[in-house]
Write a protein that binds this ligand. Structure first.
Ligand SMILES: C[S@@+](CC[C@H](N)C(=O)[O-])C[C@H]1O[C@@H](n2cnc3c(N)ncnc32)[C@H](O)[C@@H]1O
Ligand SMILES: [Zn+2]
Length: 281
């Protein structure tokens, strides 16, 4: 079993260790968090919620699940696996912060070499994303929670992934062990350029470099994934739009132009950065 659950969860209210009971996780202070029928646990207290239904909606999650499972972003998953797996010892623990419907963790699980065990946890603030992830792969731990207060103990992770996500560097630094690595995946300036050309009257240029890194981290490696893909039907184009913020940002005329399309050639331009903690003096 190369992928197992990460079970060192911490109470989101007081940081105490959680112990697994039959149908719930409990802390010594008596806080109890039910395990859903699908196996995930909700560790996002009301006071950490910034809206009633935070994170990606049910429709966005469903669109992303269809689009990613069709394989369009396989090259990104492959490059991510190559960034995450080197120098990873058996028993290492890996957390995906903002895991969405779990595509990249599923791909990572399939790439783990024979003889290596990896403890895996996917965390997302959207309950719809976590529900979808848990249904598709029961092996990892799946948690509804926020990157701002990740419910795991200090220094308990060997890898933290943040894929097209919302990094909270102080929190990532807290949960990573001294030799741990943070792997960031972010869009480059040309990512999905052809789609942006169609839906926006003028394109806002993205900065050409990779995302700036705070002083608490230093760069181990940087890589660009650049490929061309072709979406051959209107429903894939619709799913891609629905899984991105473009659907809410683009003007109605732009979305109408996109709705006419039945084929779309697209540039993928993605930056992968592997970071480690800076040694504090
Ligand atoms: C663009 S999606 C990327 C999902 C996934 N990493 C992928 O690439 O398929 C961003 C994800 O971050 C989640 N999210 C937003 N704010 C978050 C937060 N504060 N903590 C954890 N997840 C968050 C959203 O619900 C959504 O699933
Ligand atoms: Zn507690």
């Amino acid at each position: 079993m190369p992928v197992t659950a990460f079970d060192r969860l911490a109470c989101p209210l007081d940081g105490q260790p959680l112990t697994r009971q039959l149908h719930a996780w409990q802390c010594p202070q008596g806080h109890s968090f039910d395990i859903a029928r699908q196996g995930y646990v909700h560790l996002l207290p009301v006071q950490q919620k910034r809206s009633k239904d935070p994170g990606d909606s049910k429709a966005m999650v469903a669109a992303r699940q269809r689009f990613l499972n069709a394989g369009y972003y396989q090259c990104i998953a492959d490059a991510l696996n190559e960034a995450v797996l080197p120098e990873m010892a058996s028993g290492a623990a890996c957390l995906d912060a903002g895991c969405g419907e779990g595509y990249y963790l599923r791909q990572l699980g399939q790439a783990v070499p024979e003889g290596i065990d990896m403890q895996v946890i996917g965390l997302d603030v959207s309950k719809w994303a976590v529900l979808s992830a848990a249904k598709q792969d029961p092996a990892p731990s799946w948690v509804v929670g926020t990157n701002a207060h990740i419910p795991v103990p200090d220094s308990s992770l060997d890898r933290v992934l943040c894929v097209f996500g919302f990094p909270v560097y102080d929190e990532f630094a807290r949960i990573l062990g001294p030799a741990g690595r943070l792997v960031m995946v972010d869009p480059g300036p040309d990512h999905l350029r052809e789609l942006r050309d169609i839906i926006y009257p003028t394109i806002t240029e993205r900065p050409a470099g990779a995302r700036a890194v705070p002083e608490s981290f230093q760069v181990v490696s940087r890589e660009t994934v650049c490929e061309t893909i072709v979406l051959e039907d209107a429903s894939s184009i619709e799913d891609l739009l629905a899984m991105t913020p473009h659907l809410y940002r683009a003007p109605a005329e732009g979305l109408a132009r996109a709705a006419e399309l039945t084929r779309l050639q697209l540039t993928l331009d993605v930056r992968i950065q592997v970071l480690e903690l800076t040694e504090q003096t």
